[in-house]
Design a protein around this ligand. Structure first.
Ligand code: TYD
Ligand code: MG
Length: 451
């Protein structure tokens, strides 16, 4: 094998000939590392070459036999279960619960006729055994190994022929033919493509765990996103026990789907009704709280938009947001000033979303705006009303997508009134019996409804 070095970005995998302080592709600082470049690719096991192109009607589509795990929510995120031969990347911060999730999934899939092979490079077998005991995992068809060299892992896979292979984590694996150290971009990439070929050749589903890395020495999971079939990210505040599993890419199902878990004494348990969890703690009768339905993937979730507006004692007022994009908050405040003539430039404004969710949908705009108004004017917002609508720069309230799903969720959770964009009113008609509608075209109309 010929040896040549290049500089690789450990955040996005970008390769270039020279060092730079900032990666020109992902704009991260101090992430470029010099590595030996693999000129000749290592030979992968048993790839069949398709020599002749085939017509679409000649391709036989076998139905996917997805394996169901103990988590119906996890299955839903994957598109209905684990597809044989698929390569799934589970990324997330260290300590968020990736190993716990994988172990619980492994446990539920380990059966008499199909073992699960768990490669634990990060933790010793004793540590894994302790964790397994804590989680009451006792399956005798769950096999553990400390192997970290991929060709050795391939040998064990052939020997045990498991139905599922779990790699914990990819940053610890290496291929003995490649000179760079484990965790480098080249190793991480080559090991992943080796595992991809192994999964496709054997039909064994593989879960790869990848830590999100803060410093630039170890390649992060983003480097291999394009190599795998499915990319799942495990998120959440470590202080809270709520965890979100989000699919960013899925060749076998929908993307942007989320599953909500709770970390407890006995590991993770799934939450099938997240709306209930997100709004159950709200204090009725306080100002600055509005419930708005969001769409996460294919599911509607009710969230509580909270705002606190107080007089400022400094020349520059403070604007803080948790879960809402600060630019979006600035826009909403500007609209409030212009359309409703609120003197918000003399106020500190704080907004947050309960449960540590990140709001990316503009459909929550009107909800946040009314929460801000409610706190500013010291008026309690009706706790049986939900608010839906995107706010434009001119103060217009714009229609949102999937209004039916949002309304259904609100009715299910017992809400009886709804402020919604006038343009959505017609599609909301079928729900007239359960919800009283208050259609609005401009933010002023919505604000009037609060004050
Ligand atoms: P872990 O799965 O080891 O995280 P990762 O593999 O993503 O680094 O989970 C680590 C945290 O989870 C640890 O702080 C302890 C906590 N935990 C529980 O709260 N309950 C449990 O049953 C288990 C196994 C872990
Ligand atoms: Mg771990």
């Amino acid at each position: 094998m010929k040896q040549k070095t290049a500089w690789f970005c450990t955040s996005c995998g970008n390769k270039q000939a020279k060092w730079a302080g900032q990666c020109p592709v992902c704009q991260e600082w101090n992430t470029l590392q010099e590595e030996v470049e693999v000129v000749e690719r290592s030979k992968a096991p048993g790839i069949k070459k398709l020599t002749q192109p085939v017509r679409l009607d000649e391709i036989v589509n076998r139905p996917l036999e997805r394996a169901k795990t103990c988590f119906s929510e996890f299955d839903k995120v994957l598109g209905g279960g684990v597809v044989p031969g698929s390569l799934i990347l589970v990324g997330g911060d260290p300590g968020i619960g990736k190993s716990t999730l994988s172990l619980q999934v492994a446990h539920s899939l380990a059966k008499k006729d199909s073992a699960v092979l768990y490669i634990s490079g990060e933790e010793s077998l004793e540590q894994i055994a302790l964790r397994a005991k804590r989680l009451h995992v006792e399956a005798s068809h769950l096999l553990f190994s400390n192997a970290t060299e991929v060709t050795e892992i391939a040998r064990w896979v052939k020997e045990c022929s498991p139905s599922l292979l779990i790699i914990d984590s990819i940053q610890i694996l290496f291929h003995s033919d490649i000179p760079s150290s484990p965790g480098s971009v080249t190793q991480v990439r080559e090991c992943t493509s080796y595992l991809m070929n192994l999964a496709k050749a054997t039909g064994i589903a593989t879960i790869i765990i990848g830590h999100v890395t803060k410093s630039g020495e170890i390649a992060g999971p983003r480097v291999l996103e394009h190599l795998v079939d499915t990319v799942l990210y495990f998120e959440g505040e470590k202080q809270q026990n709520l965890r979100l599993l989000r699919s960013m890419k899925n060749r076998f199902g929908p993307t942007d789907e989320i599953a909500v878990f709770q970390m407890g004494e006995l590991g993770l348990s799934e939450i099938t009704n997240p709306s209930k969890l997100f709004i159950e703690d709200r204090a009725k009768g306080t100002t600055g709280s509005v419930i708005t339905p969001m769409i996460e993937g294919t599911r509607p979730i009710l969230i509580e938009a909270q705002a606190l507006v107080t007089d400022t004692f400094y020349p520059t007022p403070s604007r803080r947001s948790a879960g809402l994009d600060p630019n979006r908050l600035a826009l909403l405040l500007a609209v409030c000033e212009k359309r409703a003539r609120f003197k918000l430039h003399q106020s500190d404004v704080f907004v947050s979303v309960t449960g540590g969710l990140k709001i990316t949908e503009p459909a929550a705009d009107l909800g946040f705006l009314l929460a801000i108004v409610s706190s500013f004017a010291n008026k309690v917002f009706d706790h049986d009303t939900i608010v839906i609508g995107e706010v434009g720069l001119g103060g217009e309230v714009r229609a949102v997508s999937r209004i039916e799903a949002r309304l259904k969720e609100a009715i299910q959770m017992g809400f009886t009134r709804c402020i919604l964009p006038a343009k959505n009113h017609k599609s909301a008609e079928p729900f007239r019996k359960s919800l009283q509608f208050h259609p609005v075209s401009w933010v002023d109309e919505a604000i009037d409804a609060v004050l």
